[in-house]
Design a protein around this ligand. Sequence first.
Ligand code: DOR
Ligand code: ZN
Length: 349
Amino acid sequence: MNSDMTLTITQPDDWHLHVRDGDMLKLVVPHTAAVFKRAIIMPNLKPPITNAAMANAYKKRIVAAAGNQDFTPLMTLYLTDETTPNIISEAKEAGVIAAKLYPAGATTNSAAGVTDVKKIYQSLEAMQQLNMPLLVHGEVTGDVDVFDREAMYIDNILIPLVKNFPALKIVMEHITTQQAAEYVSQAGENIGATITPQHLLYNRNAILSGGIRPHYYCLPILKREQHRQALLALVGSDCNRVFLGTDSAPHSQHAKESDCGCAGCYSAYHAMPLYLEAFESVNALDKFEAFASFNGPDFYGLPRNTSKIQLQKKSWTLPESFGDAADPLVPLKAGETLQWQVKNSKEAK
Ligand code: DOR
Ligand code: ZN
């Protein structure tokens, strides 16, 4: 880093992103496309993206929303009990990059998800053969304490799964616990993980400090400080299977600030400043480029980006909201001061 605190890094990618559809899609895609070259697009729409044709149609809507920004959405398939090996191979053929496993009932729009992982074993076999990564929302469902769901998923579901499919590439999405950090750091080359900015910046007090703060509510839920510290230690380590995945999950203000508020934090607009604040807090800025720009493509077997972006330490104030004044989108840290900014957004194509 030079004296005016500018950091130049390879163009980053977002390996876990929700962009929704319709007006919300048009609002949020340009935010991501202004900074990131590629993003893995989550398939939990209503109805979910369960086949190649749906993925391709959705991709076209995203590309249109990105306008002249040079941005590539990487599409995923939503696994259900009805997914077949044929659906998987068709999707692979059509350029769908991965498939997402939502345990039924685990989170937003997961009702059509998988009720028992054994029901998709044939599809997982096909994915293993086709070298198609499995992206996992790793939380058990049912009558289990919400803070224990991730750790229990690792023991009860993930470890047996890895044993049964030793060559399947698996990404543990948005990990939140010390158990997950320890698991991924000692796991084999085929196991990776994404980490969100909010899980690096906040512990569970953020949801309940001075009142209920719905904009800090996401799933998996924020955990206690010990877990946040374990995640910070992991991103500060030399583990090259951990990468940037914002899990930016836009919901309108009315949907968040309600008596049953939706899970999800909106972070796509200011993801870089958020992550940089977290990395700087543990003197790990030297690991940031690998996390944001190298480890993801290396894990997926895709080329690293060749363009660069500049990040500058210069404070600015995040808007209170975006979009429709009647029901806006409120970002994580709305109206607060951020310490870092992206100096030059990338060039148009
Ligand atoms: O907080 C979350 N929001 N977690 C998820 O797993 C889904 C996401 C969403 O789609 O809103
Ligand atoms: Zn997500």
